[in-house]
Design a protein around this ligand. Sequence first.
Ligand SMILES: NC(=O)c1ccc[n+]([C@@H]2O[C@H](COP(=O)([O-])OP(=O)(O)OC[C@H]3O[C@@H](n4cnc5c(N)ncnc54)[C@H](O)[C@@H]3O)[C@@H](O)[C@H]2O)c1
Length: 363
Amino acid sequence: MSRIYNVAIVGLGIGRSHLIEGYLPNADKFKVIAVCDLNQERLDAFADEYRIPRRTTSFADLLAMDDLDIIDVCTPPMVHRGQILEGLAAGKHVICEKPLVGSLAQADEVIAAEKQARGRLMPVFQYRYGDGIQQARAIIEAGIAGKPFVATAETLWTRGADYYAVPWRGKWATELGGTLMTHAIHIHDIVTYLMGDVSRLFGRVATRVNDIEVEDCVSASCELASGALASFTATLGATEEISRIHLAFENVTFESDYAPYQPGTKPWRIVPRSPEVDARIQSLLTGWKHVPPRFTGQFERFYEALETGGPLPVTSADSRRALELVTAFYHSSATHQDVVLPIGPDHPRYESWVPEAFRQAAE
Ligand SMILES: NC(=O)c1ccc[n+]([C@@H]2O[C@H](COP(=O)([O-])OP(=O)(O)OC[C@H]3O[C@@H](n4cnc5c(N)ncnc54)[C@H](O)[C@@H]3O)[C@@H](O)[C@H]2O)c1
């Protein structure tokens, strides 16, 4: 019989989706034995509904559980760094929601901690999973798509006052950023996952939709390391919610499904340049093995990585790359300059991307 890993979920907002989509469909791989939330009412309702054996309001209680293998951090962004470091120091594997941490300096700190740890650290980027995006990736990796030309990525979502009524949202000190950090991060990750790293970015951020500190509209023009060009747009003021990724390669154009919260799931529109390219794609996809979407797919692959010692489906380096893009966006917008990536310790926003006016509150 294969091993079942014991899991604790901390933070029971999106933590509920981790349970329903990630752990329950993978019950032969994971068992949620504990839940933790500061909100006693939410904790009790959750633990009762799903019959979770242990419940606590204290994160330290989880660290002391010898039979616990994985801590799944689903708390608000400003809590992540501390819980990641403590979880790794206690010898646990750690899964952590986005954004992983609040600066590139902190990203490098947790990457260093992970190197010393017995456990592994997997950030969440569940949008990468599902047949649509994984088929696109397979075609690109097989070398069929050819040279990348251009990409457009649009995150056109709707968030209003009710969403920002949750106290940690909309503030630099707690959300750590705006739509770049919380929403568009998924769609931008898909572009780099499929087309490669960004090497230069010229961008703007603005707060136009909500009465909040952080941005809710963004736009950027980028150059990728391959020489391809990409443009990124996001707003929280859309009247119709879509996510759309359009990738033009030499031999194939890919366009995502528009489903805002799972653009990777349904088959993508794949347009080959010639019948020969089409035949290669058809041959590659013959006998395609279904990739479950979102948390189901990501956590299934996490299990494989734990069992085999192979690469994690999403790494802390992937997460750093996403935060580097965010840093470049904020710096370019503030300085009206082009930003060159990668970004290292000598960059003025390496320690913090928070605007000077809000920095004290965020520290
Ligand atoms: N991957 C995704 O698609 C996705 C979707 C939504 C949210 N998220 C991310 O998940 C995180 C949580 O967001 P949410 O919308 O679920 O927030 P939420 O406010 O709905 O839930 C967070 C929960 O964490 C609890 N909490 C706060 N501090 C705690 C602590 N120190 N110890 C234990 N519990 C604590 C709160 O009581 C609350 O119940 C954020 O980082 C957010 O960006 C990711």
